[in-house]
Design a protein around this ligand. Sequence first.
Ligand SMILES: [Zn+2]
Length: 471
Amino acid sequence: MRITFWGAARTVTGSMHEVQVNGRRYLLDCGLYQGRRKEATERNSVFPFTPSSIDGVILSHAHLDHSGNLPTLAKKGFAGPIYTTPATIDLCDAMLKDSGHIQEKDAAWLNKRHFRRKALEVASNNGEVQPLYTMEDAERVMKLFEPVSIAAPKVLNPALSYEACDAGHILGSTAVVLHCQENGKLIRTAYSGDIGRHNQAIIRDPDSMPAVDYLIMESTYGDRLHKDVDTVSNKLADIVSRTCGRGGKIIVPAFAVGRTQQLVYLLHELSNQQRIPSVPIFVDSPLAVDVTAIFRKHAECFDAEAREFLLRGEDPFGFKLLRYIKDVGESKALNDLRGPFIIISASGMCEAGRILHHLKNNIEDPRNTVLVTGFMAENTLGRKIVDKLAEVPIFGELVRLRAEVVKLNELSGHADQRELLEWLKPMAKSLKKVFLVHGEAAQSAALAKAIGEQYGIETVVPERGESAELV
Ligand SMILES: [Zn+2]
């Protein structure tokens, strides 16, 4: 079995790894690469292999950095099945269409601004910028999805089968264990996808992994230790109270999937406990509204506490202070509304979506707070805000950043170093080698060192395009 690391190699976006076995080719994930526009356009639109030669895709979870380039793959000739969990299929249906819509809008905006288009050199032959894919392309790729439940063994061909384990990262997220029969020998390889944390709101904890020979593992927070969940609630209550006290607004860029529902759930708890002032909370993201409906549909993925919420007849994702906004007009009306209030909006890394308007309208006012709840990749607007640059570019204009910026990393859906090492433990004895992906250089290096020290397993951080023969 041969594995080639095509994406999320020494970076956190664009997850994509190619598995070759007995002349067949499969992909583990096919994520969207995010970063500088020119580079992202190239990376996402040109595949380093012929898409029609891929026999199938095993998708770990619905986040766009793992699923977001599937429509391009299909547009360029891929016609095989995409295996993933039923919840992931429903989430992808909402998210990929939304992504297609954003790509279309983005291309239209660039086409209006000729000078930008020229500067970025992203125009096609006829001088028009084409979207990476459209909503229609996204609709088309959904026909290729095939549901595979957690713990249900799936045979792809006589040489390759796999089983999915709950990764505890977002609704429907999985780590997968590949079973490859080659030359009469069984080789077991685990791919982590993204690994979640124990005791996260709503979803179940990560499953304990079986013994395997090789492991491809994420390392997003390979060098960090998160605070526990109680600290998160306290910190969140503090931030909300402090900002409301000075009459400010709390602007929260959040992934529409997972982070938004978690925040709503925590705010619901804090409000029940009267630990935050009674201010309006708006979830301003059509995608988050659709995704919340999908969460409601997939209670089979919930942990015991969230199921108890349902048994009490309460709605974990709805309470009287909370309003979901789909309509553009209502979203715009928020601009004229005086604080204090909370807006949760997407996209998570502030690269697109309604969050851009809210940031543009609010970050110049020092009474306001930008609450950062997730990892911000290099070169994204979100990262510039976390780094507290004096001015940040929004819609091509520089805007002064005078609002308070607070990080709440603890809400992260990603395990920290200690949790990653703990997750690896059941596999440690049988492992011959670990490949670290999905991490920036310093994070991966720190985790590689820790794995070596704790378990004595050879650990490498492959570069993009690097291959390894697993025997
Ligand atoms: Zn993820």
